[in-house]
Design a binder for this molecule. Structure first.
Ligand SMILES: *[C@@H]1O[C@H](CO)[C@@H](O)[C@H](O)[C@H]1NC(C)=O
Ligand SMILES: *[C@@H]1O[C@H](CO)[C@@H](O)[C@H](O)[C@H]1NC(C)=O
Ligand SMILES: *[C@@H]1O[C@H](CO)[C@@H](O)[C@H](O)[C@H]1NC(C)=O
Ligand SMILES: *[C@@H]1O[C@H](CO)[C@@H](O)[C@H](O)[C@H]1NC(C)=O
Ligand SMILES: *[C@@H]1O[C@H](CO)[C@@H](O)[C@H](O)[C@H]1NC(C)=O
Ligand SMILES: *[C@@H]1O[C@H](CO)[C@@H](O)[C@H](O)[C@H]1NC(C)=O
Ligand SMILES: *[C@@H]1O[C@H](CO)[C@@H](O)[C@H](O)[C@H]1NC(C)=O
Length: 410
């Protein structure tokens, strides 16, 4: 497939405005600490215990000193391999049509008595999202997170862990965050067809991780270590015209080549599976009057030509860009431009197809049945029909004309 020609450029109009003097309001949404006993405040954010959002599992505390508060407790979900694939679901209140940043966090800490964490599926509503494999991070004593952007399709949003053939002990989870994003953020993606899974979010010139209060949605911006030179802007750049609302500190801190020569970066650092990705790059010139022109290419294919970067800032993005393996980002000064190229931030998401969902009327009817039978089958939770391998036992689902439940056999 040839790269999609649809790359968008957004130039920004408003110049410098005052930097933040007080932290922005906390992100809107729900921050849930799985296994926690009570609500608490941490870093200006309020975390809730998970018990009111889930009816299964066991809350456990990890006896490991020095852990971040959200990692100190987990919920684990006992299951038996012989019972076949089984999903365990949290159900959160949502606003239909709202766009959520969904972040699930995992730190095993030997919660099941094992030495290696189990591997299991992550499911949002009826859609398979990812295989959660925290083994490599856990060996480095690190937590893992899986983050995505998902539009609520009803008044409830289910986050489920699926025990699958490769799940050798009870699935577990440390934290779930659902943060409502403003309309303009990632608004070129059609969230009725896709959801996005975060691959990388990078502040190229910034050292250390940036998050709330710098990022109003508590998105994590990771540093990029590459030896090239970073500079700090003396400008007070406004980010309100960047639709994706990157933090001011990212826009104020570019990574700049030290000469007007091509700058080559391997970004993201990991190899990517062959697929389509949403790519957004953010630029702003630290000096007020200069004008810098350069070409942006990805793996040698032109992404944007003769990009003019001024102190006003610019962002360039593609809704769908094919990538595979390692990715090379090259910024080449245009002929006649004798200023070095620079880059401030970038985000890359994989685009995933939404799976089916059982129609609400049938879900309500089945929930009613479930309430009125004595021992409903253990796998009766989350979406009844989807993902198909995790559908409820005893029902059959027809997929035409739309995904809906047809028969209930008890
Ligand atoms: C999980 O990750 C580890 C380390 O990267 C790997 O060795 C293992 O095969 C993975 N397990 C599954 C089921 O994918
Ligand atoms: C991880 O933490 C444990 C316990 O604190 C320690 O024994 C181990 O050396 C650490 N491993 C790494 C790779 O840091
Ligand atoms: C995205 O948001 C921006 C800023 O509000 C708006 O100008 C633009 O038209 C929106 N794009 C889409 C596709 O909705
Ligand atoms: C940036 O903002 C600070 C505080 O509001 C102000 O003192 C400074 O002069 C501003 N700098 C520029 C270049 O506008
Ligand atoms: C990626 O997949 C597409 C469609 O399946 C294929 O045409 C293309 O050759 C693949 N690219 C690479 C680098 O494997
Ligand atoms: C920037 O440009 C403006 C208008 O072109 C000019 O008045 C000003 O002197 C310039 N400032 C610098 C520092 O070059
Ligand atoms: C920048 O891209 C344009 C259009 O693709 C091309 O004509 C030009 O040669 C490129 N400039 C450099 C310096 O590579």
């Amino acid at each position: 497939m040839a790269p999609s020609p649809f790359v968008f450029l957004v130039f920004l109009f408003s110049l410098f405005s005052a930097v933040l003097s007080q932290p922005p309001a906390p992100p809107k949404g729900l921050l849930v600490d799985c296994g926690a006993a009570a609500r608490y405040q941490d870093g200006g954010l309020t975390w809730l215990p998970d018990a009111s959002f889930v009816s299964m599992g066991v809350a456990k505390s990890l006896a490991i000193p020095g852990l971040l508060r959200q990692l100190q407790t987990v919920r684990t979900f006992p299951f038996r391999l012989s019972e076949g694939p089984r999903k365990f679901c949290y159900s959160f209140p949502a606003l239909r049509g709202d766009k959520y940043l969904v972040r699930t966090t995992y730190f095993y800490g030997g919660a099941n008595g094992g030495s290696a964490p189990p591997v299991f599926d992550l499911i949002v509503d009826g859609t398979f999202w990812a295989v959660v494999n925290t083994t490599a991070d856990y060996e480095k004593n690190m937590s893992s997170f899986y983050e995505g952007v998902y539009k609520a399709r009803g008044s409830k949003l289910a986050i489920c862990l699926g025990a699958n053939v490769y799940t050798h002990s009870d699935p577990f989870i440390s934290a779930i965050e659902l943060i409502i994003l403003e309309d303009s953020v990632y608004n070129t993606t059609d969230f009725n067809k896709h959801f996005m899974g975060l691959v990388a979010r990078t502040g190229f010139g910034h050292s250390g991780i940036l998050r709330y209060p710098n990022d109003q949605f508590d998105r994590f911006w990771q540093p990029f270590s590459d030896g090239t030179q970073a500079i700090t802007s003396s400008q007070n750049v406004s980010v309100s015209d960047f639709w994706n609302l990157p933090p001011v500190s990212i826009i104020g801190t570019p990574l700049m080549a030290d000469q007007p020569k091509p700058m080559e970066l391997q970004w993201p650092l990991m190899s990517l599976p062959n697929s389509s990705y949403y790519v957004a790059l953010y630029f702003a010139d630290p000096s007020s009057n200069s004008s810098r022109f350069f070409n942006v290419s990805i793996n040698g294919i032109s992404f944007y030509s003769n990009l003019l970067v001024t102190s006003i800032g610019a962002s360039v993005f593609s809704r769908q860009w094919p990538l595979s393996g390692l990715t090379k980002l090259t910024l080449t000064p245009s002929v006649g431009s004798n200023l070095p190229p620079l880059i401030n931030g970038g985000e890359i998401f994989s685009l995933l197809m939404l799976g089916g969902m059982t129609i609400t009327r049938d879900v309500i009817a089945l929930e009613h049945v479930k309430k009125n039978i004595q021992n409903p089958p253990l796998n009766w939770n989350g979406d009844p029909c989807f993902p198909p391998e995790f559908s409820w036992t005893g029902i059959s689902c027809s997929t035409r004309p739309g995904p809906r439940v047809r028969v209930v056999k008890l």
